[in-house]
Design a binder for this molecule. Structure first.
Ligand SMILES: Cc1cc2nc3c(=O)[nH]c(=O)nc-3n(C[C@H](O)[C@H](O)[C@H](O)COP(=O)(O)OP(=O)(O)OC[C@H]3O[C@@H](n4cnc5c(N)ncnc54)[C@H](O)[C@@H]3O)c2cc1C
Length: 445
């Protein structure tokens, strides 16, 4: 470590932490910034391309988004497109690919839902979104129709304006274009895990496995661990977390683009969808499943104790879980996902109930569990209201921000960075050039 004291420490080198670093380095006069990441590479967890579905969300095929949420989502994704457009061609091509996408409705109820969803307002927001009948679906995504029972009605909302993004490579790009800013004062520490944080006078003191560092302000962009540290500093006492693990299955390449499905209203997890994979052009990925797990990182049993501390298994937290699980839709989704996790029968049930809804001709032998893929979605719970908090979750305290669940996911990174940068500049009495940032990234400005 070159120095011990910083103006700002960002904990977490995923897409949220790196987008913030890029924004502050290029649009503010904040001097000494340290970014700390516990793994030896950036974006080893949820922002990695193997952990998430690589979708740049726009809000057009996400059936559970209101029109307001769709507007925000479109704005957030356009910010990322603006960033990516300006990259040199090689770098740009390595992290994004255009593809078609659709929201598929299966059965009369879902088909009627789709027709209603394509309201005048929605059509104005997404001029390229159109309704496709079964025959029209067969032309753009033949395997969705092939082998389907004649009497099963289907329809889709379709657009050719979809994108697959490698959010892991995008975070490397954010750091690269932070380092090439000619100001000094940036330090990046990989393999460095923050173990504890406390306030000492006006400073935050962070203990890491490589020594102690301190700063005037801190942003935790550490996924579920942000709530762990919030509790250490006395914030988020009324919050708990439910870790929902998401896994995937691979099949041979059966889709030309993304096929999302209609989701149930009160369930905070996306319904299983089919996606091409930037890393494996010869495969299609189906998922994610949604399995409750007492861990903060998928498959990492060393995080069990930290999960217990973060969830704070008090009477209120347990009662909240009971209330949440009494919701019929949530119980149903969780129940079937428990079955998907079982050996042999799990794969069979996933095939019947999920994958064949999208591709009816898939066979048991076509599906292979994607051992190395998937992540954990931290669902934050309000233990007073006893409900899952939907959408973005962050706590802004005294010179400290805890980002837990960005919404809509990794797509929201520059929008979150904009909001955080405004707060951090105020915390530190520094300048953030919001006008220039908006001119560069937000179309209507
Ligand atoms: C199954 C699944 C599918 C998804 N699909 C999509 C999608 O298609 N599109 C989309 O936009 N979003 C998607 N998301 C959501 C998206 O992946 C996340 O919202 C996003 O990656 C969160 O980024 P982050 O930087 O906040 O967190 P993370 O990527 O989890 O990064 C947190 C970082 O903090 C580090 N860290 C944690 N604790 C410490 C510590 N103590 N000290 C130092 N470092 C620490 C971690 O190592 C990690 O690198 C999906 C998520 C899941 C789980």
């Amino acid at each position: 470590m070159k120095r011990m004291r910083y103006d700002l420490i960002i904990v977490g080198g995923g897409i949220t932490g790196t987008a913030l670093l890029y924004t502050l380095r290029n649009y503010s006069n904040i001097g000494n910034i340290l970014l700390v990441e516990k793994y030896s590479n950036l974006s080893e967890l949820n922002s990695n391309s193997k952990s998430n579905s690589q979708t740049l969300h726009f809000g057009d095929i996400e059936s559970n988004y209101s029109i307001e949420k769709a507007k925000e989502t479109k704005k957030a994704s356009n910010m990322l497109l603006r960033y990516i457009e300006r990259l040199p061609e090689d770098e740009r091509k390595s992290l994004i690919e255009k593809c078609q996408k659709m929201l598929l409705g299966v059965g009369e109820e879902e088909v009627a839902f789709l027709k209603k969803r394509l309201s005048k307002e929605m059509q104005e927001l997404f001029p390229k979104l159109k309704y496709l009948s079964k025959e029209e679906i067969a032309e753009v995504e033949p395997n969705v129709v092939k082998g389907r029972k004649n009497q099963e009605p289907i329809g889709a909302l379709y657009s050719d304006e979809g994108y697959m993004v490698d959010f892991g490579k995008l975070s490397t790009s954010f750091v690269k274009h932070s380092e090439d800013s000619d100001k000094g004062g940036l330090e990046l520490l990989l393999d460095t895990e923050v173990k504890a944080v406390k306030k000492s006078g006006e400073e935050f003191v962070l203990d890491t496995n490589k020594g102690t560092v301190s700063s005037k302000a801190v942003v935790f962009a550490a996924g579920a661990y942000s709530l762990y540290f919030a509790k250490m500093l006395g914030y988020g006492k009324n919050l708990s977390t439910l870790s929902v693990g998401g896994s995937f299955y691979y099949t041979p390449n059966v889709l030309r683009g993304k096929v999302y499905r209609v989701e149930k209203g009160s369930v905070p997890f996306a319904a299983v969808h089919g996606d091409p994979d930037l890393n494996f052009p010869d495969r299609t990925r189906f998922g994610p499943t949604a399995t409750v797990s007492p861990l903060l990182e998928k498959g990492n049993f060393n995080t069990l104790l930290d999960y217990i501390k973060t969830a704070g298994l008090s009477g209120e937290a347990i009662l909240s879980l009971k209330t949440i699980l009494s919701d019929k839709d949530i119980r149903q989704v969780m129940g079937k996902n428990v079955v998907y996790g079982m050996p042999v029968i799990g794969k069979y049930e996933f095939l019947q109930k999920e994958a064949r809804k999208i591709i009816p001709s898939l066979e048991y032998r076509d599906l292979k569990f994607a051992e190395e893929a998937g992540g954990i979605r931290p669902q934050v719970i309000d233990t007073v209201k006893r409900k899952i908090l939907m959408g973005e979750l962050k706590i802004t305290g005294d010179k400290v921000i805890f980002n837990m669940t960005p919404s809509p996911g990794a797509t929201a990174c520059l929008q979150t960075a904009l909001e955080d940068s405004i707060d951090i500049a105020k915390f530190l009495g520094k300048d953030f050039d919001e006008k220039r940032f908006r001119q560069d990234f937000i179309s209507e400005d």
